[in-house]
Design a protein around this ligand. Sequence first.
Ligand code: MAN
Length: 353
Amino acid sequence: MKIERFIENPLITPADVKPLHEGYEVIGAFNGGVAEYNGEVLLLLRVAERPISEDPNIIKAPVYDTGTKQMKIVEFDYNDPDYDFEDPRMIRKKDKLDSFIYLTSLSYIRIARSKDGHHFMIDDDAFLYPFNEYQSYGIEDARCTKIDDTYYINFSSVSPVGVCDSLVSTKDFKNYQDLGNIFAPENKDVLIFPEKINDNYYALHRPSLKSIGNYDIWIASSPDLVSWGNHKHLLGIRKTEWDSGRIGGGLVPVKTKAGWLVIYHGATSEHRYCMGAVLLDLNDPTKVIARSQKPIMEPEAEYEKNGFFGDVVFGCGGIVDEDRLTMYYGVADTSMAGCTLSISEIIQQAKEG
Ligand code: MAN
């Protein structure tokens, strides 16, 4: 696969973003959803801010009270035998390592704008800041689907009751309408298709299963983008491949003559994130036509391998210009990068299996 990474990469780093909170530092500007609006490329950045800790033995967890609009900080002693701090993203109880009790940063969505797709200016304020009790640990990983003249933005809402997927709509990237939680916990990586198929909207989603089953991709349909049903299992992990640990939707599906092209992420249980491709039937996206055996992109560049959480490429959106796909993707849970790929080459690789 021929991938042309932008020479300007990484395009946006935490150093380019001023924290919104006093006493906090920006540790991530990554996993941005993508929109084209008014002749500009918009990246709906996930900005992660962390309370600065002067003492390396103290870990601070930020929690936003959406009722009082106050930020609270919960402090932990690094040497506390009851807690595990090995994963820098979260605080876990030693006797329950498969889940977290706090995150070490709070994310929200801030817009970066560009006329040429390579150089970005970042808004001074947040576009989506936690606005209800499902978001007290933050808002993460937005995807943006344009349908007619409306942009639908879905994202993970994180709070002690779980990670769910929420939806807002906007026409101007200033104001938005809250459309509620569209998938109950734990669910992430929702991709809404850009048009109705046989009178229904479709979305991919990724329930995170605990008692039986894997972190696989499901598909659902909806008459109105708000109520989703008709759930079907679409795509599973592959035990011996690069996508053996978990998979989840990446870029908003792209309509091609060969089918709906879905670029998804797959990770090993060691959390090495790559991107792969799958083709779904144009008239019935519950049918998988082809799936790439190998990843179409792996973390290779220095900025993809090293960072807050290394070995991660995580695309949430792209821009299509005939055969060229410009993918904007998060790297190492830290920064944003860009690259171009050929759509026909991706399809070819998916078809070869
Ligand atoms: C995972 C990672 C983190 C994220 C949490 C909560 O651990 O994707 O970046 O903050 O889930 O969604």
